[in-house]
Design a protein around this ligand. Structure first.
Ligand SMILES: [Zn+2]
Length: 81
């Protein structure tokens, strides 16, 4: 089957390719946004989170001090388990 002298299978190929490209682009954008949205400052105390810590603990929202505090608090509340 042909439309305007172009095989329909070719049109479908191009359409699929375009859709795949659009999906790939959307995903790439989303990943980039997630990375850039990662907080630079601690959401608890507002202190800047160490660059190294942000690299090691991917997506962390708390500075080392607050994380330590939360861990200690969790230990106390959930202790004895
Ligand atoms: Zn903090």
């Amino acid at each position: 089957m042909e439309i305007w002298g172009i095989a329909v299978s070719d049109i479908v190929d191009v359409a699929n390719q375009t859709a795949e490209e659009a999906i790939a682009r959307t995903l790439a954008n989303r990943v980039q946004r997630v990375v850039t949205v990662r907080p630079i400052d601690c959401t608890e105390c507002g202190d800047p989170i160490e660059e190294k810590r942000r690299e090691v603990v991917a997506g962390t929202e708390h500075c080392a001090e607050c994380a330590k505090y939360f861990a200690e608090r969790d230990r106390l509340f959930n202790g004895g388990r």
